[in-house]
Write a protein that binds this ligand. Sequence first.
Ligand code: PHE
Length: 380
Amino acid sequence: MSGPNTNYDPVEVTPLSPDEVARMRDEALAAIASARTLEELKEARIAHFGDKAPLTLANAEIGALPPQARAEAGKRVGAARAEVKRALAERTAELEAERDRQVLLTEAVDVTLPWDRMPPGARHPVTMAADRLTDVFVAMGYEVAEGPEAEAEWYNFDALNFPPDHPAREAQDTLFVAAPGDAGPGGKSSAHSGVILRTHTSPVQIRAMLSRPLPLFVVSPGRCYRADALDATHSPVFHQIEGLAVDEGLTMADLRGAIQSFVDAMFGEGLRTRFRPDFFPFTEPSADVSMECHICRGASARPGGEPCRVCRSQGWIEIAGCGMVNPRVLIACGIDPDRYSGFAFGLGIERTLMIGHGVTDIRDTTEGDVRFSRAFGTEI
Ligand code: PHE
C-alpha cells in the first residue's frame, strides 16, 4: 500500500491547484446564481456541493497529500467550499422568499366571494305539511298516534268493518306482503291475518282504541300505499292524516267543529265547509267534506263569475272523508257503543299541500327535484 508521498509535486495534483479550485468555485457560484427555482438550486447543490461534486472530490484528495502540503490545500479548498455553502444558503433564502411571495399571490383568498353556495338541507314540503296539519289538532288537545306501514289485514280492513269480499281488498288497490297464515319473522306462524301495506291511516284508529284509555283524541299522520300507477293525480305512496275522537256524547256537530277549526287554521278563517253523504264501512253516517274554494271563494260557480282553475269553477274543494265511528267498529275494539260515540276523519297530505299551494301534479311531491322543494323555503 502507499506510504507517504515523498516525491510530492503540488503542480501535478491538478484539482488542488489555486487556479483549478478557483475555477471550480466560480463554476459553482455561477450555477447557484443562475438557479431560477428551488428545484434548479437543488440540482446545483448536488452538482457542486454533493458527494460527487468536483470540490468535494478535491477535498477528499487532501488527505493523500504530504503533510507539509495539506494545510495550504485544505485552506484553499475549505475557503472555496465555505463560499459555495454561503452562496447556497443565500440563494435558498432568496428563492424561498420568492416562492412564498408567489404562494401569497396565487393562493390568495378573496374574502369578498360568496361563501354560502352550499344550500342548507331542508325538510321536505310533505313533511312540513304533515307537521303543520298535526299541529292544528295537537293545539286542540289531540295526541299523536302511530302505527306500522306493513299492517295486518285485520287492522286495515276487518276491524274497520270491511266485508271479506270488499273490492278495496282486491289486488288493484292493495299491495300484499304476506298471505294469511304465512310464516312470520323467525319462522313462526304469523297471525291468521295476512300482512299488507296499509292503504289508509284508519288502522291506527283501531290500534288507538285497543290500547288507549277513553276518552280518546288522537291524530295520526303517516305513509300509505295503493297499487296505483303514478300519474298527475295518483301516487302509489302517499300520506294521510287521520283524526279520531271517542268520548261520551260526541255528535256530528263536534266533528263539524273539528273540521272547521282545521280549515280555519290551514286556509285562513271565513271559509265555509260542507258535508255531503258518503260511504265508508267504518263510519256511519259518513260524509265527504268540502271547503269553499280559498281562491275564488265560490265566485266562479255563481252566474257571471270568472272561471277558477283551483276548484274547476265548482266553488268547493273536496278535502276529507269523515263520519261517526260505526258502532260495529267500537264493539270490535271492546267499547260500549251505548255509552260512547266517536267521530273520525282522514285527509290526504299531498292533496292538502297541492290545494294550498296550487300544485297541479302530485309527482312534484315525490320526484325530489330541489327546484320544487326550494319554493317552500328551507325550514330545518
Ligand atoms: N280512510 C278513508 C280513506 O282513505 C278516509 C276516512 C278516514 C274516512 C276516517 C272516514 C273516516 O279514504
